[in-house]
Write a protein that binds this ligand. Structure first.
Ligand code: HEM
Length: 452
């Protein structure tokens, strides 16, 4: 971004009130969950860097991320957003209770993943029950907030969060049963695929889709396109029904396979119809955001957000195609597209957005932290997405020999890890001495003006 004389004048204008001390951050309640998520994020980076040298297999790193990072943040942000969107402002819960729930969730996740990794039954069961308890408690909190809502506009957001939580409870129950070895062989694959889809597209997918509709414009520092919110809220509901139909198709297909005699044919139709409905709904949510990313350059996060809303329909389309052609539906390529391209990338963008509010105690420090997010923003995003593309190509290109697959995959992961570390450095780097005169930030200069 260019830095003209007009910009320098704006910067000088800002210096005047940069010393103003600020109250509590609107994201202060997310701090414990963010801390836990960052620790699990670092653990995932260490595991991926070590390759297969660490125990637990691919399952472990998948759950270090999907439970430790993703679930912890979905839990925390959904309750915080619900409190804000229903007009209540705060959660009206003692801060100690928020900390206790976050720590219980973090400890339960550790117990569950350790139990599974070392084949210990009780830590796995206790951990799973602990995680389900914290999520179930959140359903109660969300319902309480919805009942007290001061306005109707965003009540649908809280309803969708509640639905996504219920999907988590169902799919975690299925995961616990898979882990405990109580699922009969004939339906094992169907239950496994249902567990994955209800979690990835249901728990995470629906929460993220809902949040993108209402918080995506704030990340981009623009206004919601007229009419887009209604279309998108209808689409999120459709996505939920599509997922329900698709999951039923997964079960039926698994049963059909065990019966034999072509019984899986009709199930394939149900499955394909369900996930096609989900895909269409994702596109409806993604399009206005993509248009806003192209039309406005008010936020350094627009590159990440554009990539997120591209990877989401691409990932769902790949999943649908793999299910229809009968290939193993959850493979490395899909994991990279959805878990890294969508969820990890969105999490990093949201953390970059909230860091200045969480760490800056006056406007000057906030502006310093915002200015940092602008530096090399495109390079960080390009590195992460190039890594995703390489890993995806390596895993999904038919007929590619191992001579190409292995180096492509290795370079892909290296780029993803480099980009993730670079984002974390921006988020965690000490503030140091703040000199308001020296702060140069295009976003900070603009963010106090009303968005256009
Ligand atoms: C308490 C919560 C959970 C439990 C007990 C659990 C348990 C399991 C188990 C036992 C499997 C292995 C099935 C097999 O391969 O035979 C599995 C696989 C999987 N789970 Fe979970 N899970 C939980 C939460 C989640 C969440 C929140 C997500 C995503 C948002 C998720 C995504 C996956 C994926 C993608 C796989 C396939 C992993 C692979 O093969 O690479 N799980 N889970």
């Amino acid at each position: 971004m260019g830095y003209g004389s007009e910009q320098v004048d704006i910067d000088r204008g800002l210096v005047g009130h940069r010393a103003t001390p600020l109250g509590d951050s609107p994201f202060a309640r997310n701090a414990p969950a963010i801390g836990i998520a960052i620790m699990y994020g670092l653990a995932s980076i260490v595991w991926l860097s070590a390759g297969q040298a660490l125990p637990g297999g691919r399952w472990l790193v998948t759950h270090l991320f999907t439970l430790g990072v993703l679930t912890t943040l979905l839990w925390s942000f959904s309750r915080n957003f619900a409190a804000r969107f229903t007009g209540g402002g705060d959660l009206r819960e003692p801060v100690a209770a928020t900390w206790a729930l976050a720590l219980l969730l973090g400890a339960s996740i550790t117990s569950m993943v350790t139990g599974r990794a070392i084949n210990a039954h009780w830590p796995l069961v206790i951990g799973t029950v602990g995680i389900m308890f914290v999520i179930a408690m959140n359903v109660v909190t969300l319902r309480r907030l919805r009942a007290r809502a001061h306005n109707d506009r965003f009540v649908w957001v809280v309803r969708r969060y509640e639905n996504a939580h219920v999907l988590f409870l169902i799919s975690a129950g299925l995961g616990g049963m898979l882990g405990a070895g109580v699922v009969p062989g004939e339906i094992y694959l169907g239950v496994r695929e249902a567990h994955i889809h209800l979690n990835v597209l249901g728990w995470a997918g629906l929460t993220v889709l809902t949040t993108l509709v209402v918080f995506g414009p704030a990340l981009l520092r623009v206004r919601i396109e007229p009419g887009a919110e209604k279309r998108a809220s209808d689409a999120v509901l459709r996505a939920m029904f599509g997922l329900g139909i698709g999951t039923l198709g997964l079960f039926l297909r698994s049963l059909g396979r065990s019966i034999g005699d072509g019984a899986e044919g009709p199930a394939m139709l149900v499955l394909a119809a369900g996930f096609a409905i989900y895909l269409q709904a994702v596109i409806v949510v993604a399009m206005p955001l993509l248009r806003a990313c192209r039309a406005h350059d008010r936020s350094p996060l627009r590159w990440s957000l554009a990539a997120v809303v591209i990877w989401l329909p691409v990932g769902v389309a790949i999943d649908l195609a793999l299910l229809v052609v009968g290939r193993q539906s959850w493979n490395v390529g899909l994991a990279v597209a959805l878990l890294i391209g969508v969820f990890a990338q969105l999490i990093l963008a949201v953390l970059l957005y909230v860091t200045p509010m969480l760490r800056g105690r006056d406007f000057a420090s906030r502006d310093v932290l915002i200015a940092r997010t602008e530096r090399l923003a495109r390079t960080r995003t390009a590195t992460l997405n190039l890594g995703v593309v390489l890993a995806l190509v390596a895993d999904l290109t038919p007929g590619l020999t191992t001579t190409f697959v292995e180096p492509l995959m290795r370079v892909g992961w290296l780029l993803v890890l480099l980009a993730a570390v670079a984002h974390l450095v921006v988020i965690l780097w000490p503030l140091g001495r703040v000199d308001p005169e020296q702060v140069r930030s295009t976003a900070a200069a603009r963010y106090r003006n009303p968005p256009g």
